[in-house]
Design a protein around this ligand. Structure first.
Ligand code: 13P
Length: 251
């Protein structure tokens, strides 16, 4: 049975003390969350080390929001997968639409980053999703299918055990506009089919696929009730421990 996960992407929010406070609150409330639901927080890189301390002993796992496409060397400002792992992370998010949009993240780079992250022992939360123009042109299935194929078809069924997919329609991120449960479900089902075509039905059935984009306590239940939606990648609502935990209680 695939794992249910609720992950909080804090984006560029929280100073170190704020991050520790939020992480401690999440860790304290995490006891309410059933054992079959995984909890992950993804603070900014500067907070990874202190948040690792703050969640120690709880079920909450730690993720970075990105990693470098090189292992080490003269790449000023970059942080390698091994460095991320060394501060206590089990995960990194890769391919978030904000990185694709503002920082030139391409599928080609994501293949390299995914490989390096897996080699460093990290799990990967790979984000895919269409923008508003693509949705309005009816290209959403094609865009997500291409993004999945371009990156994940370079990996093995064994690698897929460490990979979670997050479907995040760009038009729903931070806009308050959520995809309807039906809109999200049909893309999730499509992604699972694309995974099955390459890796077989068992791998597809075992792959966790999260929804992200204005997911909040008021809509999480309906989204998570869909058969192919296995949890959420949460932005804004992850910055309040109560809301984040409420979402994790929505299965
Ligand atoms: P919001 O929940 O703020 O829309 O952000 C979603 C997201 O981008 C998570 O990675």
């Amino acid at each position: 049975m695939r794992k249910k996960i609720v992950a909080g992407n804090w984006k560029m929010n929280t100073t170190c003390p704020e991050g520790v406070e939020l992480a401690k609150a999440v860790a304290a409330k995490s006891v309410e969350v059933p054992a079959n639901v995984g909890l992950i927080v993804a603070p900014p890189a500067t907070n990874l080390y202190c948040v690792a301390e703050a969640i120690k002993g709880s079920k909450v796992e730690l993720s970075a929001q990105n990693c470098a496409d090189h292992t080490s060397g003269a790449y000023t400002g970059e942080i390698s997968a091994a460095m991320i792992s060394s501060v206590g992370c089990q995960w990194t998010i890769l391919g978030h639409s904000e990185r694709r949009q503002y920082y030139g993240e391409t599928d080609e780079k994501l293949v390299v980053k995914t490989k390096l992250a897996l080699e460093a022992g990290l799990g990967v939360i790979l984000c895919v999703g269409e923008n508003l123009d693509e949705r309005e042109a009816g290209k959403h299935f094609d865009v997500c299918t291409e993004q999945i194929k371009n990156v994940l078809y370079n990996f093995t069924a064994e690698d897929m055990k460490k990979i979670v997919i997050a479907y995040e329609p760009v038009w729903a991120i931070g806009t308050g506009k959520t995809a309807t449960a039906e809109q999200a479900e049909e893309i999730h089902a499509c992604i699972r089919k694309v995974i099955a075509e390459k890796f077989g039905q068992t791998v597809a059935d075992d792959t966790t696929i999260l929804y992200g984009g204005s997911c909040k306590p008021s809509n999480a239940k309906e989204l998570f009730a869909q058969s192919d939606i296995d949890g959420g990648l949460i932005g804004g609502a992850a910055l309040k421990a109560d809301d984040f935990i409420q979402i994790a209680l929505s299965f």
